[in-house]
Design a protein around this ligand. Sequence first.
Ligand code: GAL
Length: 438
Amino acid sequence: MLKKSVGLVGSSLLLFGLAACGGGGSDSGSGSENEGSSGGSGEGGSDAEVEIFSWWTGAGEEDGLMALIDMFEEEHPDISVENAAVAGGAGTNAKAVLATRMQGDDPPSTFQVHGGAELNDSWVAADKMEPLNDFYEEEELNDKFPEELVDMVSSDGDIYSVPVNIHRGNVMFYNMEVFEENDIEPPSDIDEFFEVAEELEAAGVTPLAMGDKESWPATQIYENLLLANLGPEDYEALWEGEVGFDDERVATATEQFGQMLEYVNEDHASRNWQDSAQMVADGEAAMINMGDWAKGYFVNDLGLEVNEGFGYTPFPGTSEEFMVITDTFGLPKGVENPEQVKEFLSVLGSKEGQDTFNPLKGSIPARVDADESKYDEYGQDTMEDFQETSLTPSLAHGSAASEGFVTKANQAVNIFVTQGDEEKLMESMQTALDEEQQ
Ligand code: GAL
C-alpha cells in the first residue's frame, strides 16, 4: 500500500495579481431572503448577515450549498445569508471577482478557496486571513480532519480555513450501456484507453467528452496524464521545480495528451463541463474525465443512478492515486461580524453539515467521522480509496501551485488544444514555473 503523500508545493510562489474583472454579482439562493444588496452588512440593518462567496451556481454545483444554507438558517434564524455565488466552473470568474474585492478591502464574510497554494500563497501570504486555531480548539475540530488536509489549510503552524469536502479529480465517468453494447471494458491504463477509443470511434461513438469553453477541464486531463507517467512523488516534484518539463516522462504525457485530444467531441470549445458530461449521460460520448462534482450532476440533476446510469473508474494509469481537490472556507481579515461568520463555519465544519452537503455535491466529507450510510456506492468507494491511495494535489483546482501559475498553465494548455505543439506546451509550462519561483 502506498503511503499518503499530499505535500504543499510552491510555498514561495508569488501572490497573484488578477486584473479587475467586472460583473460577478449575486445569485439568489433558495434559502435566502435578503439578496440583492452588494456584499457586507449595510448600515442601519442588522449586522447579522453572512455573505457566502463561491462559484457554486447552477446544475451540479448549487444543491449542496443550498442545503447547507438551509441548515444554517434553521439553526440561526437571527442571521441572514447572502449567497454571493459567481457562476463559472472551477472559479473561472469568481476568483477574479474575489481578487478585486480582497484588494479593495471589501472581503466577503467567507469565501470558497482550495486548500493548498490557492489559500496559502495568495490570501494567507498577503496577510488577508484570520488564523482559526482558537476556533478549531473551541469547536473540537483538531482531530476531526485528516492531518494531510489540515496541512493544506495551514501555514507556519496556523490554521486558516475549514475544509467542507474532498473531491477526486482523477475519475473517468462512463456510459455503461455504450460499453456493454460494444462489448468492451473501461480502460485501466493508457494503452488500453487508446485501444478502447479506437473501437468506440469505429462504432460511431465519441470516445471522450470534453468541454473546455473554460480551459480547466483540458488542464485536468493533462495533470492526470502527468500523474500517470510520473507517479505521485515526481508529479509533486514537478510543481516544486525539482523535475523539469524536459523530463522524458513529461514528454510522453504531453504526447499522450495530444493523442487523447484526437478522440474528443469536435464542439468541445463551446461546451462547459455540464454540457460535456451530458454527452456521456446521453450516450453521445463514452467517457469523460471530470472531478466527482459530475457525480452530483448525474445523480441530482439528471436523475441517473450510480452503476446503472453511469459507471466510474480511475483515470487510466492512476488507480493507486487520488487527485485531491478540497473546498474550504475561512475568515478574511476585516469582516464586520466575525462571530456570525464563525457560526457558519461551525455548521460547515460539523458532521451534520458535511453529511448534508457532500452527498449532494458528489464529494466525500473532509471529516473523518462521517456517517457512511448517507453516501451512495460511489461515495463509499471513494472514501475507501482516499484511505488507501497516494494523495496528490490538483493543479487545475488550485492546490499544487499558485493562482498565477494556474492561470498561465490554463493559457498554455488552451493554446496546445488548438495548435497541438508539444514542445511549446512544455516550454511554456517551464517558463511559467520559473517565473513564479523567482
Ligand atoms: C472545483 C471545485 C468543485 C467544483 C468544480 C467545478 O474547483 O473545487 O467544488 O465546483 O470546481 O466548478
